[in-house]
Every structure is written in C-alpha cells, then in structure tokens.
Write a protein that binds this ligand. Sequence first.
Ligand code: MRU
Length: 360
Amino acid sequence: MQELHQVTHIDNVRLSDDGAAVVIIDQTQLPNRTVYLTLRTAEELFDAIRTLKVRGAPAIGICAGYALYVLAQQISAETFPDFLTELQRQAAYLNASRPTAVNLSWALRRMMDTARRAQSTEEALTLLQAECLAIHREDIEMCRRISENGLSLIHDGDGILTHCNAGPLATSRYGTALGPLFLGRERGMQFHVFCDETRPLLQGARLTSYELSRAGIDTTLICDNMASIVMKNGWIQACFVGCDRVAANGDTANKIGTSGVAILAKHYGIPFYVLGPTSTIDLSCATGDDITIELRDPAEIREKFYREPMAPTDVGCYNPAFDVTDHTLISGIVTEFGICRAPYTESLRAVFRKKKEEHV
Ligand code: MRU
C-alpha cells in the first residue's frame, strides 16, 4: 500500500514554495528518470505544455492556472487596466500551446475572470493565487469522485483495457480513467489491466504501465494493434479512457487511437467508458466536428524513440494527436457528478445543473 500511496500522491504540478515558479515532473523523461523542472518564464511554460513535459487535460489546466499567476507577478504595469491587458496577452500566448484539451482555455478563462473581479493589481494577485490553488484542490476532489463513480462499473478480477494515460500524472492524485483501479486496489480488489502503448508518444508504455505496476496492479503492456486479440480472447470486461474535450452530444476527443478501441469494443460487446471531469465538457461544441485536432511533428512517427529513422526521412506523415469517438460508441461518461448515459445532449446538461445546485 505504501507504493500505491506514492503513485496516487505524486506532486506532478505545483506552485513553488515562494510562489514565483511552477514545478513539474518532466513527463518526457519517465519512466527512466524522475526530473523536476522549475518554470518561470512564459516561454518555458509554453514549451513545457507544447512538448508534453506536462500533459493530460486536467494537469494542463492546473499548470495553466499556476502559470498565469506566476506570470502575473512579473508584470510591471503603471495602471490596473494595463495590468489586465498584459495578463490577457500572456493568457492568449499560453492558450496557443495546445488546441484540443479544453482544460487549458477553461483554466485560463477562469483565472482572467478572477483578475477582472479585482479593483487593483495587488488585489488581483491575491485573488489569482487563491484561484490557481482552488483549481488544483478541486481537481483532487473531482478525481476522487470520478474514481468512486467509475469503480461502481467494474468488479474484482475484471480485465480493463486503457489507452494513453489518464492517471495521477495526467491529473492530480488518483486520475480519471485509472482512478477506479487505484481506488479498488486500495480496497483490496485486483484488476488485470491491459495498457495500449499509445503510439507515437508512448504515454501508455512510459506512464500508464509505470503508474499501475508501481502501485501493485497486475499490468500487461500491449502494442496498440493488439487490442483486438485481447478483447477476442475474453480478457477485457470494460474499457476505461480519459478525455480531452467532450462535445454537447457526447462525441469525445481523446488520444489518437481511442476511437479505434471504441469500435473494437462495440464489435466484441464490451462496455466502453469515458471518464473525465466537467471541466473537460465543452457545451459550446455541438458535436465532435467542432473540436480542433492538434497536428504534431511528423518526426514523432518517423524517428522519435528509434536509434535511427525507421522510415524514409522525406516520407509524408499524418500525425493527429487526438481523434473523436462517436457518442454512439460510448456506454457512459463518468463525471464527478455521476455517470451520464445516452442521450448525452440531455445527460451532460443535467450534470451541469447538478453541479450548479451543489455550489448554491
Ligand atoms: O497528448 P496528451 O498526452 O496530453 O493526451 C492525453 C490524453 O489524451 C488523456 O487521455 C486525456 O488528456 C485525459 S487525462 C486525464
């Protein structure tokens, strides 16, 4: 249980003790090295998000909140309106680092709304500090509740397939898609988890299999193209994945390859669940067609992680970082306010009503 605690209570993103920097674990170095980075400048913060040193939708949101507070302290403006203008410029810059995970713009908007409620720069700094800490604190609570709700869907001994990484490194504490597995383990349950390696950046191999195995959970790593055979073998009772943006109709953007897993799951009659906080639901996107998909460097496919290029260096590559899983393939969307079922246009809105009621 000591190992489990070490995984679920990892400090992947935090504000430095003096509040002047964001401290992150460099996720690109895992699992071989645990390296902490102290980020102070806008460029360092932008680069950390862009290059996936910090990654996973909720963790990106938490990092963005801290980042804007750190940058706010560096602004030297004569007047409060000038301070706000500069802060907005910094927020827009950070927001351009990655387009798909809505938690980035969600956290930055929340921080900007907070600053605008102040009457002076000094007051804004006080409110911004409280707000970024609140974003992080709330994420811990959300993950706990999602884990509890997700655990109600599975049984001791089940085989679970997951794609990419939606564990503690991508969030805070338990994670979303992996949260039920950690919580169940804490309660003495055992699951057999199959992790897709998740080409091309290997979040499943480098991060998910690392987190799960360190926590004493029975973990089997597979290449992405092996999902079908493990399903056919009868080894999978449910698929659990995270999300980067959920549209109003339930269409869900998540790591590239997720929609293929969902299609396979439907073929084999296996329930496919998306787990994520309400901060990842974007009702302003009517369907998945409204979600911008990030395109990344072709070198990630051709040469990254290989000793030498594994394709002609001039071959054309298409490298979308995410795909959209059609809502008809999703058995349920597990949020901190309950499990949404089809029709999602109704159940997702109901979840926001519940959230509002709870905050009154
Ligand atoms: O490109 P990444 O590694 O940031 O993509 C991460 C994912 O797709 C996760 O599944 C998603 O952000 C949910 S994390 C709780």
